[in-house]
Ligand binder design. Structure first.
Ligand code: KIV
Ligand code: ZN
Length: 515
């Protein structure tokens, strides 16, 4: 069967999801996981946009050897040069140049004429090809463009050295039959198209990103651009796990295959959800909590007799722990069983990390009778989050009630190991805690989002708090879990502040290095 190349842009288009800001460490962790997943090409970022993005792309290109690393560049010389400088340390670097092709973008955004745009595309692809043998070109907003202009642009860019031409449905406007016809017409009208691979990049504004990508493959496209969990600008991009499992499950119809190790899908999805803070809806295909749950009696009966009666995929092929079966631990579970379940969930912890996670598990088991995978994931995420902290939450206590002024006392352990304690009043207990923390960690910020959700069902469930704070022109995610939602709120705030402090320190170091 012919291969379809999977080009993953979670670290670039995915990071453009509103409110998502990944740290360099998060990006590297995701890049390693994408490599394990078998992604052919990782678009690691947009090097010209900031020194942080440049460094992250360069570090990923230096470290990841099992996937090709690409960087995105506007069609201008500085952006192409910065992109090359970032990716050139990789084993098979790719430069991805893009420029708008639609009249609406050309007139209202670029304010140029078509000949100038064509010349910019041609010369910048040629510049990229002078550096690197693997160059991708994307005519942005292709699906709303004059088709003959797109054909002309593609032909010129292939002649200038583009080895992949990517057709973006930038605003998610296409309908599958129409998009397939467009791709077919590209094959028919672009004379040198046989010299390039045709790729597609579909956005999900109408919920059709995966359908459009598959329709394009059915008429010859051989690269699909995806994001894990379908994240990305606005309604997101085609979800990698959905595209890949559709191709695997319906290989009989599609007659193509991918290089993806599907057993890593579950783990990758959870990692991206945790690090971006973009939780999955429970009915999300392939990786949502309900994807392999059967509620009605007739379905349960069928599945017990023969799994295939109501399941078209095997949860084990996606890497669901225990093939999707629910396993519950409790007070009497030992370290060995705890470790084994974590390994099934895809966590490989050091002995020290395991000991800290096991202590947290035992504390939770004293408060909660049944501990399932969702609790274990919350415990591990909480412990891993606190590993790189600058300030650690040592203690929090609040006093509140309908006739009391909420008061909080907090104790933090600072970077030098020094203990800092302070107290504050607030309009509510969370406000009081945050004010007390602010008195110690003096970093200006504004809380812009605050969500609490229950990790599992039941009155004894852990609460998981996700917040966003803004400071220095960036947005930072913070998460924390605990059976006490005030403690969870304090942990989430510390998590966000620690991320802010880490980035602040890196920026200081950058300024010192390049005064
Ligand atoms: O959606 C889009 O058009 C893009 C391009 C940069 C490929 O993300
Ligand atoms: Zn996009």
């Amino acid at each position: 069967m012919e291969k379809v190349i999977i080009f993953d842009t979670t670290l670039r288009d995915g990071e453009q999801s509103p409110g998502v800001a990944l740290t360099a460490i998060d990006k590297m962790e995701i890049a390693h996981q994408l490599e394990r997943l078998g992604v052919d090409i990782i678009e690691a970022g947009f090097p010209k946009t900031s020194p942080g993005d440049f460094e992250a792309v360069q570090a990923i290109a230096r470290e990841i050897k099992g996937s090709q690393i690409a960087g995105l560049a506007h069609a201008n010389a500085d952006a192409v040069d910065a992109c090359w400088d970032a990716v050139k340390v990789g084993t098979q670097p790719r430069i991805h140049v893009f420029l708008s092709s639609s009249d609406i973008h050309i007139m209202h955004q670029l304010a140029k004429d078509k000949e100038t745009v064509l010349e910019m595309a041609r010369t910048m692809v040629a510049r990229a090809a002078g550096y690197c043998s693997d160059v991708e070109f994307s005519p942005m907003d292709a699906t709303r463009s004059d088709r003959s202009f797109v054909y002309w642009m593609l032909e010129e860019c292939i002649a200038a050295g583009a080895t992949t031409v990517n057709i973006p449905d930038t605003v998610g406007y296409a309908i599958p039959e129409e998009f397939a016809a467009f791709i077919k017409d590209i094959y028919a009208n672009v004379k040198n198209i046989h010299k390039a691979r045709v790729s597609v990049h579909c956005h999900n504004d109408l919920g059709l990103a995966v359908a459009n990508s598959l329709a394009a493959v059915s008429v010859g496209a051989r690269q699909i651009e995806t994001c894990i969990n379908g994240i990305g600008e606005r309604a997101g991009n085609a979800a990698l796990e959905e595209v890949v499992m559709a191709i695997k499950t319906r290989g009989d119809f599609m007659n193509v295959e991918t290089n993806i190790n599907t057993q890593e899908l579950y783990r990758t999805s959870r990692m991206v959800a945790n690090l971006t803070g973009m939780s999955l809806q429970s009915n999300k295909a392939i990786v949502g909590a309900n994807a392999f749950r059967h509620q009605s009696g007739i379905h349960q009966d069928g599945v017990l007799k023969m799994r295939e009666t109501y399941e078209i995929m095997d949860a084990k092929d996606i890497g669901w722990p225990s093939g999707g079966a629910e396993i519950v631990l409790g007070k009497v579970s030992g370290r060995h069983g705890f470790k084994a379940r974590l390994e099934e969930l895809g966590y490989e912890l050091t002995e020290e990390e395991l000991s800290r996670a096991f202590m947290a598990f035992k504390e939770l088991a004293d408060k909660k009778a049944e501990i399932d995978d969702r609790d274990l994931e919350a415990i591990v995420a909480d412990k891993l989050r606190t590993q790189t902290e600058i300030y650690h939450l040592d203690f929090v206590q609040v006093s509140c009630g309908d006739h009391a002024t909420p008061t909080a006392t907090v104790r933090l352990i600072g970077p030098d190991g020094a203990i800092h304690a302070d107290a504050a009043l607030g309009t509510g207990p969370v406000d009081a805690v945050y004010r007390a923390i602010n008195r110690i960690v003096d970093i200006p910020n504004e809380l812009t989002e605050f969500h609490v959700k229950s990790v599992t069902e039941g009155i004894d469930a852990q609460g998981e708090v996700t917040i966003r704070v803004e400071g220095g022109g960036r947005s930072y995610l913070g998460r924390g879990a605990d059976t006490d939602v005030i403690v969870a709120s304090a942990k989430a705030y510390m998590n966000a502040l620690n991320r802010m402090l880490a980035i602040d320190r890196r920026q200081d170091a950058e300024v010192r290095a390049n005064p």
